[in-house]
Design a protein around this ligand. Structure first.
Ligand code: PFF
Length: 449
């Protein structure tokens, strides 16, 4: 359904599938493939997955619908959108832009690691099944003071070039090709991993919740991860919603995007965690989990090195569809508010984000011992964004949509003035006014104070 509508001057998505794929592309990224499996591994497996899904169903869907609706109604960037609802809420949008800025700075460092692993796949350096060698190789790569920073720069440059292209030409086209390819690939990997001898312990770990591991820290981690993974709580979905044509079916999109996102996260869990157990790795190994486990899985597959190359290319593409959305939030704000040209904005911001990201790269090597509030730079950026800014942004977006703007207005917009069906409208109102803000508030308060 090609609906190129130019009702306003604002650029719009070229087609419905283009928008859905780009929004799902923003959601699906390193958060699903790299972060979800290691967060689950670190937090006891099944119990984390259980809490994650509980939060997704109650809060994830609710906010996805809410933010898309707010974006389309205001037709503005994150900051403008909040300001249009109330001047007093402008700071929420500003915090969202800042969050995107900070997330991208370390996201790009991990994206750089992926580029490094693409090269390692081409040269055959990772075609080994010895787990210790793989672990050491990963450690050597990330702790180098210079090399990962160069790859971080390459990742930022690629992101910048795509964002230069604007919405239709850059983001939309790229997503249409990358997303389906990634999906097929990750299914193949999951099948290989769960059929490895010894995989059943990993399956049990991933699927069987052990509720004795439940803690408030775990719930906050899961909450942060839902926001991170769905790109919620920081204005990305508001910004993408602002490019939506007025006749688009928002309730449907709000279901489609989280479902795809969660499917990919779970598949990544199936691809990585059974293999972790089968090959004798530690599930709680942290950020390196994907990089040390998967090469060993590939080594045990026919045409393994070819698959490894294909996989890391797809991870890079998934990371890029997310990183362009992170940069787009910042660019959209500066272009709308400061009236800078798109080209200049993109260049200046990309450079700033690159520089801010450098300490996180160094925190895996020479700066490992520099601690602020007991955390190295990577852990600090991750904690501030995922566990503080995103939940706070999410809480404020519930309050903004549910109470300040009001659910009646929101429903009117979400259903295109009654033209689109929204079967669960009443449930949604209750969730966004009461359940989501109260739940986020309690978890946030208990874990911070
Ligand atoms: N959602 C993306 C991922 O899971 O990789 C990346 C991302 C986008 C993270 C937007 C956070 C965010 F706010």
């Amino acid at each position: 359904m090609e609906t190129k509508q130019k009702t306003t001057e604002r650029e719009q998505w070229g087609s419905k599938t283009g928008f859905l794929l780009a929004a799902a592309g923003s959601a699906v990224g390193l958060g699903n493939l790299w972060k979800f499996p290691y967060m689950a591994g670190k937090n006891g497996g099944g119990v984390f997955v259980f809490v994650y899904i509980a939060i997704l169903v109650t809060i994830g869907f609710t906010l996805m619908a809410g933010e898309l609706t707010l974006g389309r109604y205001t037709q503005l960037n994150a900051l403008g959108a909040y300001r249009k609802i109330s001047k007093k809420l402008t700071w929420v949008g500003a915090m969202g832009v800042l969050t995107a800025f900070l997330i991208l700075s370390y996201y790009s460092v991990i994206g750089g690691w992926v580029i490094n692993y693409i090269i390692k796949s081409v040269t055959g350096a990772i075609s080994i099944s010895d787990t210790e060698t793989l672990g050491n190789m990963f450690g050597t790569m990330i702790s180098n003071p210079i090399q990962p920073i160069l790859y971080h720069a390459v990742f930022m440059i690629i992101t910048l070039v795509i964002v230069f292209g604007g919405i239709g030409d850059g983001i939309e086209k790229a997503s249409k090709i990358m997303m389906p390819a990634l999906f097929i690939m990750i299914i193949a990997l999951a099948i290989r991993s769960v059929t490895l001898p010894g995989a059943s312990a990993g399956l049990e770990f991933f699927l069987k919740p052990d509720f004795s591991k439940l803690s408030i820290g775990l719930v906050l981690d899961a909450l942060g991860q839902v926001f991170f993974s769905l790109s919620l709580g920081m204005g990305i979905i508001i910004t993408y919603g602002s490019y939506l044509p007025k006749n688009e079916n928002i309730p449907q999109s709000a279901v489609f995007i989280p479902v795809v996102d969660t499917a990919v996260a779970l598949l990544a869990g199936f691809a990585i965690l059974p293999a972790v157990f089968a090959l004798g790795f530690e599930p709680s190994a942290g950020p390196g989990l994907m990089f040390v486990t998967l090469p060993a899985v590939f080594a045990k597959m026919p045409f393994g090195s070819l698959f490894a190359l294909l996989f890391f290319v797809l991870v890079l593409l998934a990371a890029l569809t997310s990183s362009i959305s992170l940069l787009e939030v910042c660019v959209s704000y500066v272009v709308d508010e400061w009236k800078w040209s798109r080209k200049k904005t993109t260049m200046v911001l990309a450079l700033a984000i690159f520089l801010i990201g450098v300490p996180t790269s160094l925190s895996f090597g020479p700066w490992a011992d520099i601690k602020i509030f007991g955390k190295n730079f990577f852990d600090l950026y991750d904690f501030i964004t995922s566990n503080v800014f995103l939940p706070l942004g999410g809480l404020m977006s519930c309050i903004t949509i549910g109470w300040v703007w009001g659910t009646d207005n929101a429903i009117k917009e979400a259903t295109s003035n009654g033209k689109v069906k929204f079967a669960l409208a009443k449930v949604w109102c209750f969730l966004i006014k009461w359940v989501a803000p109260v739940a986020i508030g309690i978890v946030f308060y208990r874990s911070i104070f």
